[in-house]
Design a protein. Structure first.
Lengths: 219, 273, 220
């Protein structure tokens, strides 16, 4: 294993890693917000809007991420959307992640005991405050696990951004492999790196879950 | 479409029956006894390699068909992404790369090149009507793209490093996508070999324009075989066929058909630095 | 913006023909994943701690590395270890190995839903462990896990698009080819998206129908 190869490409690989993390965090958070908005809209709206939202969820969940990126990036200019690779990547992430986040929030809403909200109304608490101070904090407990799980899935999806020239980690590794004619080793190292990243994020996720559900563990 | 997939499948089955991974005593003898040579390229490199309605066409196809006729064998063509082509050759997945590969010193050390069959000197393509780029140096401070893993990309990077303002160099999986981005205005120039850029400007003059002159050292395209003794006779035979085509004018005729004017190609291996 | 339906109609036959490869890749990948996944699950729940750990590492690796990276690594690495497989076989094997990790977990979860009493009764009756697995546990686990398994299949259909990166002529790659020729990315990729949607919708409906039929058996 030639270490000086990695030293030479160190800056490029590091920059790729930075782009990966940037797209992951900003894209996932954007998707989370969008998904939450969709779930809320779904909860408190009529059949027409619900149908449209359901269609959106089904369409985005039923098509490959790669095709969505191609439509956004290469098809975009044909309907007035010309984005640079990184913003396109982040937008793609937001769109791709939103239905999954929406479903997580939706099941969180549905599994919440309605009795609490009714009780709140009885004692005079208005609906919005009830949602904000009673429903959401408790929902957090049940949705933390699927949320962290999906965040972790999204770290792996960042690799697909390489197909629309986003200079993230896989793209930089491919450049290194092509320029130095070493085709196997860099990918091996890359896999180990992703593996470590995912395991570390899982571990972090478990710590977050433990913290959030701490109040449930007291005897 | 179906025929190509079928051909690919047949080629794959043929390959999978233990034809590769072992060193041939003589690859040419083996190919002749099989009656078939398997060539791989990326069919997204107009006018050298093009897919028209699912059929493989282009300068490389015409030239290689003629060479195969001289060798007395049939050809099986594979369409692979560019990033798999050279690794695939090394791994023995096919006999030869009939893509136009730029002859560079690093590649010469790893592979065996045939005689040149195309001009690979780098030129720029710009969006038609773009008055801000009139010479290669005008890309300073702008965005330019090329294909990942290509010698032209490396030459672009080297050239850009010498300019007063930094150039945002973008790397694309295939050159079609780079040109799509140029048309969309995401980048202001695409760098690739002059024949390619010239062809695009001729095919779509309302979208693209060629920027003259080409820059960097003169380079050539050639086909690539594995290194080592076993490919010596194969490459010698291909070179002999190419030389014959030089003499009887077939080489010029094919190039003129696609490019309008035949490039000046050396009949001996050019020096590389 | 001029949207051309003509381009779509002219190229639809090529896209549909490529969709066959997408379906083939997904089904064969799923088949490999099922067989391998059940084996790995067996290792994961076995009494032997080495087997358990090995299975655990397998599952952790194949779920922790992006499938695209696995595909590329598998594709480039194979010839160097002496295995020269055609591209399609390599792609399917890689997809199958990755899917096996997820299926192993699905089956493990389903196994936990089967009442322990069955295994104990089988032991009391002298039924060999292999027969217990093959004829009692696995069939039930597959039925219980059917929704998740159908989900996995739908995922595989979407994931097959990654095979385009190693040159397999499935729907995404053919769409890319056609786009390169026609310069109409929006029309072509949208059509490809619709084809994927149709395939997944059919699978989802079949899955739900299958669930309903099988749940007649499960409920008591």
């Amino acid at each position: 294993m030639e270490l000086d190869l990695y030293v030479r490409y160190g800056p490029a690989l590091l920059s790729g890693f930075g782009v990966t993390i940037l797209c992951w965090i900003v894209g996932s958070l954007g998707g989370l917000v969008l998904g939450f908005a969709i779930a809320c809209l779904y909860q408190w709206s009529g059949t027409w809007l619900r149908g449209a939202l359901q269609a959106y969820i089904e369409v985005v969940r039923g098509t490959p991420f790669m095709i969505q990126l191609f439509i956004l990036y290469y098809g975009g200019p044909y309907f007035g959307l010309v984005l640079d690779p990184v913003p396109a990547g982040i937008l793609g992430f937001m769109v791709y992640g939103s239905p999954y986040f929406a479903e997580i929030f939706r099941s969180g809403f549905q599994s919440f005991p309605k009795g609490q909200l009714e009780a709140a109304r009885c004692v005079g608490i208005d609906e919005w405050t009830a949602v904000r101070r009673i429903m959401l904090p408790q929902m957090l407990v049940s949705i933390t696990a699927p949320l962290t799980n999906f965040f972790i899935i999204l770290t792996k999806e960042t690799a697909i951004l390489s197909v629309v020239t986003v200079p993230e980690l896989l793209a930089e590794t491919q450049t290194m492999a092509a320029e130095t004619f070493t085709y196997v080793e860099p990918f091996l190292v890359l896999s180990l790196f992703y593996w470590f990243m995912v395991e570390f994020t899982s571990w972090l996720g478990k710590r977050v879950e433990a913290r959030v559900t701490r109040h449930l563990q007291r005897a | 479409m179906k025929k190509r997939t079928l051909l690919g499948l047949v080629a794959a089955c043929g390959l999978s029956f233990g034809l590769v991974g072992t060193a041939y005593a003589d690859q040419l003898a083996d190919i002749k006894s099989r009656g078939k040579i398997v060539a791989a390229t990326e069919m997204h490199f107009a006018p050298f390699d093009i897919l028209i309605d699912g059929q493989y066409q282009g300068i490389c196809r015409d030239l290689f068909d003629e060479v195969a006729k001289e060798l007395g064998v049939e050809v099986e063509y594979l369409d692979l992404p560019w990033s798999s082509v050279l690794p695939g050759l090394e791994a023995g997945k096919f006999d030869i790369v009939n893509a136009p590969v730029t002859i560079t010193a690093e590649r010469s050390a790893r592979y065996r090149f045939t005689l040149p069959m195309g001009n690979a000197t780098v030129a720029l393509l710009k969006k038609a009507g773009d008055g801000t780029i009139n010479a290669p140096a005008d890309i300073a401070g702008k965005a330019a793209g090329s294909q990942k893993g290509s010698a032209q990309l490396e030459q672009l990077k080297v050239y850009a490093a010498g300019l007063p303002q930094p150039v945002d160099v973008r790397e694309y999986v295939n050159i079609d996508e780079a040109m799509a981005d140029l048309a969309a205005g995401r980048i202001q120039a695409v760098a690739n070999s002059m024949p390619l850029m010239g062809y695009a400007a001729v095919q779509r003059p309302e979208v693209f324009e060629l920027v003259m002159p080409p820059f960097g050292a003169p380079k050539f395209f050639a086909w690539v075989a594995r290194p080592g003794e076993e490919t010596a006779s194969l490459v010698a035979a291909i070179n002999a066929a190419l030389l014959k085509m030089h003499e009887d004018g077939r080489l010029d005729a094919i190039n003129e058909k696609w490019l309008g004017a035949a490039p000046d190609l050396p009949t001996t291996m050019p020096a590389v630095n | 913006m001029d949207f051309s339906f003509q381009v779509i109609i002219r190229n639809l036959p090529y896209l549909l023909s490529a969709a066959k490869w997408t379906i083939a890749l997904s089904l064969v990948g799923m088949a490999i994943g099922l067989v391998l996944g059940v084996l790995i699950c067996a290792a994961r729940v076995s009494g032997n701690s080495w087997l358990r750990r090995a299975a655990g590492i397998y599952i952790s690796f194949f779920r922790g590395v992006p499938l695209l990276v696995q595909l590329l690594m598998f594709f480039y690495m194979l010839p160097y270890v002496g295995l020269n497989l055609p591209a399609t076989v390599a792609a399917v094997a890689s997809i199958g190995m990755c899917s096996a990790a997820y299926i192993a977990e699905i089956v493990r979860g389903s196994l936990q839903a089967i009442p322990r009493g069955q295994a104990e009764a089988a032991e009391a009756l002298g039924i060999a462990p292999l027969a217990l697995w093959r004829r009692i546990l696995i069939p039930q686990a597959l039925r219980i896990g059917l929704p998740s398994l159908m989900n996995e299949l739908i995922l595989l259909v979407k994931v097959s698009s990654l095979a385009s990166v190693v040159g397999i002529g499935e729907l995404t790659r053919i769409a890319q080819n056609i786009t390169g020729q026609t310069y109409r990315p929006l029309e072509i990729y949208l059509t490809a998206a619709v084809i994927y949607l149709v395939i997944n919708a059919v699978l989802a409906t079949a899955g739900r129908a299958g669930e309903r039929r099988l749940s007649i058996w499960v409920g008591r």
